[in-house]
Write a protein that binds this ligand. Structure first.
Ligand SMILES: NC(=O)c1ccc[n+]([C@@H]2O[C@H](COP(=O)([O-])OP(=O)(O)OC[C@H]3O[C@@H](n4cnc5c(N)ncnc54)[C@H](O)[C@@H]3O)[C@@H](O)[C@H]2O)c1
Length: 450
């Protein structure tokens, strides 16, 4: 994980089941391009553009540029300071040349999508800005690498899945554990049956950051920031630095706290191991117990239980805490009759159960990570853009874990157990919960029609 990701406040810093951007806001040539998806061969140089350049977007682009046959032809951000910095960084990383022209700089992602040279876009914007650029990029015939969590509502996630399918685009979500060798090996072990009946999957994130996050006064919009475009479909409100770069993730308007930030990674591993995609019911509890005066909306402490019938998945989050389960700040533990397999970003172990002094499965010492999982994930995306095979973290994979993360937060916010109906994509007999399942876009943005 990029080191800056570990810093809590690194603030350098439009659908009624299908309606957001006003129809006239989608340029005709963009809409038309959806009928003629670009095709690329293994020999082609892929041209990518980055939308949302500050932190993880830049990490993704830097990773992609390590692979041969790819160049960056566009950078887009609503903050001109970020844009200028990343343009300079890119020049250092991949100096311009006749075959690698300087990237075009954009402040409006819709203009990026008009550029027919671009094969694929990376969407590194805050969560409330994942759906529309992704859907519009698919409509424009471009493949998409979009950050996790897939979106800030379940309705948006479903639209993104529908767009990837309808327009035949490759959509990879930034859940890069899916491309990690040690993760794949751990999951193969879990699925081998050697653990016996798996009765509980624990997933968690305890992060020592977030102890200091004081509210800040509203302030003038910083020079060079198109704040209305940063807000986009989110509710209008005065500029406040505490809600801006990086720390947006602790406000419901834009994101879902540790649950959508880390849960999107670790719960994804749990779902992969037990081959589940949707829970029967969800119940969450927690609060802002550690730091009640923090600026954010989201809980610093929360536990969530997901019922799958014959196995339970548990999520735990602890912002500002270092004493995490199994001594790992974020991870997953598959607890079976014969032993517990514990995995995190650096490796996995097997702790066997014993019966009459006999181990029920051989224990395994630490099986370390090897290679760079983010680089594997971006490589997998580029390979799939060329081969047109489904990527490791497809739109469906991204949607499934986002569903769990969003339902956990909805249960917490309402203080209610939720019964999920996967067939209707709704919470049973619960209009308030279903309001939160849906996306609510601020005019003039409207949900895209797919
Ligand atoms: N996969 C991972 O390990 C990982 C790690 C960190 C963050 N993330 C995800 O990456 C996303 C971004 O997080 P971050 O920490 O980089 O946030 P950030 O606030 O540091 O950067 C987001 C950038 O997007 C820009 N932006 C906002 N609206 C825009 C728009 N409409 N058009 C163009 N640019 C726009 C902002 O100005 C900012 O520069 C989040 O969804 C987060 O969950 C993933």
């Amino acid at each position: 994980m990029p080191s800056s990701r570990r810093e809590f406040l690194h603030q350098s810093a439009s659908l009624a089941a299908g309606t957001l951007l006003p129809a006239q806001a989608v340029p005709a040539e963009v809409a038309g391009a959806s009928l003629q998806p670009k095709t690329t061969s293994a020999a082609d140089t892929l041209s990518v553009a980055l939308i949302g350049c500050n932190n993880m977007g830049w990490a993704n682009l830097s990773s992609m540029l390590k692979h041969p046959g790819v160049r960056c032809v566009g950078l887009c951000d609503v903050d001109q300071t970020v844009l200028a910095k990343r343009a300079a960084d890119l020049e250092k990383l991949a100096p311009s040349s006749p075959t690698n022209p300087k990237p075009a700089l954009y402040s409006d992602f819709r203009k990026v999508l008009e550029n027919k040279m671009i094969d694929a876009v990376i969407v590194g914007t805050p969560d409330h800005w994942h759906c529309l650029p992704t859907v519009m990029a698919c409509q424009a015939g471009k493949d998409v690498y979009v950050e996790k969590p897939m979106a800030n509502s379940i309705e948006e996630c479903n639209l993104m899945v529908a767009a990837a399918r309808k327009y035949g685009r490759i959509v990879q979500v930034g859940q890069w554990q899916r491309s990690g060798n040690h993760w794949r090996e751990a999951i193969e072990f879990v699925q081998s049956g050697k653990l016996g009946n798996i009765r509980l999957v624990k997933t968690w994130a305890y992060m020592t950051y977030g102890r200091k996050f004081d509210p800040k006064p509203d302030a003038p919009v910083p020079a060079g920031v198109d704040y209305d475009m940063w807000l986009g479909p989110a509710p209008k409100r005065p500029f406040n630095e505490a809600r801006f770069h990086g720390s947006f993730r602790y406000f419901w308007d834009y994101a879902g706290g540790l649950m959508t930030d880390w849960g999107a990674h670790m719960i994804d591993m749990g779902l992969w191991g037990i081959k589940q995609s949707a829970p029967k019911s969800v119940v969450a509890m927690g609060g802002r117990f550690g730091y009640p005066n923090h600026a954010g909306d989201t809980p610093d402490t929360m536990q969530v239980l997901y019922d799958f019938g014959n196995v339970t998945l548990q999520w735990e989050q602890g912002l500002g805490l270092g004493q995490a389960p199994f001594g790992r700040d974020a991870g997953v533990a598959f607890i079976g009759n014969n032993g517990t397999l514990v995995a995190d970003r650096d490796g996995w172990n097997l702790f066997p159960e014993a019966d009459d002094d006999q181990f029920m499965t051989p224990g395994l010492p630490r099986q370390p990570r090897y290679g760079n999982d983010l680089d594997r994930h971006t490589l997998n995306f580029l390979e799939c853009v060329r081969s047109r095979k489904q990527p490791n973290a497809s739109a469906e994979v991204g949607r499934n874990v986002a569903l769990h993360a969003q339902l956990g937060n909805i249960s917490y916010r309402l203080g209610q157990k939720l019964i999920w109906n996967e067939a209707t994509q709704s919470v049973v007999d619960n209009p308030k919960a279903n309001e939160l399942v849906r996306a609510h876009y601020r005019s003039p943005w409207t949900l895209p029609t797919v």
